[in-house]
Design a protein around this ligand. Structure first.
Ligand code: SF4
Ligand code: SF4
Length: 339
């Protein structure tokens, strides 16, 4: 069965990339109908506003996807027509971010992603899915999940799907443009709409051989590797890999591994365990609880040891709200103190 994230793609995509018919993680931890990040208090570092959520972004849509949205009618057609009312970014071959949105995104994205409503996507309609072009959205939107059931391995798989879809989207667009060149960027909106609709209809009859995509073999191999990595067991010997630490009230700490939106909150004593992971000692001998180790591994807070032992202890980057990051060097078996 087609994964919900891929529903609406033309069958041509699955012919070109048969790996996309393999079961992908459901990603129930990113339940957009009950967004877990919008439910967090504003003070939480992972909070997102329910008024924008992860749609703090203006995607690029090739003409054939724009045409499919127009052809669908209803809300999809309405939001595309609304976007096209502003000619900035409405090109002959598709729709890209306006200069205004691009400028805001560059200036605000670091702190504003998920919070700043001025970054909201023009196709946003609110509600559970929030997306007016859901079945016609592009590679980046289809493959973005704030949290992953299989953590860092799931994230890697979806990013590989994204890269593959992006390349295939472009290759299809080139094949269509070769058959019928799109109108100029300054052509009237009606001419662009006509070409988008033609491209949407033509893509259904396009033969795979017409889509020239030299990158496809290596992308398909990367996809197969990413699927295999999902099933890989946790190695016996691992080392800590903490991207950032946020002190929490009380005796707890937030550890950020592969994503700030999918952290692990733990007692500070986690550092005692982590500092024993010296590249030689197994996590079991270091006193790791199997379920907790599995969660740290999922979140990308542990990685396979390189094989070379190193001095016990660990270095972590600590970020406190609004302050410059601090670097801590922790000797083994020590719970750090902070105020
Ligand atoms: S993917 Fe976006 S909308 Fe869906 S749950 Fe995550 S932050 Fe919320
Ligand atoms: S196209 Fe849809 S999913 Fe993508 S940012 Fe816009 S509203 Fe969100």
């Amino acid at each position: 069965m087609t994964h919900p994230a891929l529903v609406g793609l033309p069958s041509l995509v699955f012919v070109l990339v048969p790996e996309l018919t393999r079961p992908l993680p459901e990603e129930g931890r990113a339940d957009c109908g009950a967004c877990p990040l919008a439910a967090l208090p504003e003070s939480d570092s992972a909070h997102m506003s329910d008024e924008v959520r992860c749609c703090s972004y203006h995607p690029m849509l090739p003409g054939w996807l724009v045409g499919r949205a127009l052809r669908a009618g209803g809300v999809a057609e309405r939001v595309v027509q609304r976007r096209m009312a502003d000619p900035d970014g409405v090109r002959g071959a598709g729709i890209v971010p306006s200069d205004a949105h691009r400028g805001r995104y560059r200036a605000e994205a670091r702190g504003g992603f998920g919070r700043d409503v001025t970054l909201r996507c023009p196709y946003w309609v609110g509600g559970a899915r929030a997306c007016g072009v859901w079945e016609h959205r592009g590679a980046v939107c289809r493959t973005w999940f704030c949290r992953h059931e299989q953590g860092v391995a799931g994230h890697h798989l979806w990013m590989t799907v994204r890269d593959t879809l992006r390349v295939v989207e472009g290759a299809i667009a080139r094949a269509l443009a070769h058959e019928r060149p799109p109108p100029a960027d300054d052509a009237p909106g009606g001419a662009k709409r006509g070409w988008y609709r033609w491209a949407a209809a033509r893509v259904d009859g396009l033969s795979p051989g017409a889509v020239v995509c030299p990158e496809l073999p290596s992308l398909r191999a990367a996809l197969r590797d990413a699927f295999d990595a999902l099933a890989a067991p946790i190695p016996d010997v691992v080392t800590a890999r903490v991207a950032a630490v946020l002190p929490l009230p009380g005796d707890r700490v937030r550890l950020i591994g592969y994503s700030g939106w999918d952290p692990v909150d733990a007692p500070r004593s986690v550092f005692v365990f982590m500092s024993r992971l010296d590249g030689v000692t197994s996590w079991a001998d270091a006193g790791g609880d199997p379920a907790f180790v599995a969660e740290l591994w999922r979140a990308g807070l542990l990685e396979a040891a390189s094989g070379a032992p190193f001095a016990p202890g660990m270095t972590v980057t600590v970020r406190r709200g609004g302050q410059e990051p601090e670097t801590w060097h922790l000797p083994p078996d020590q719970v750090p103190e902070w105020s």
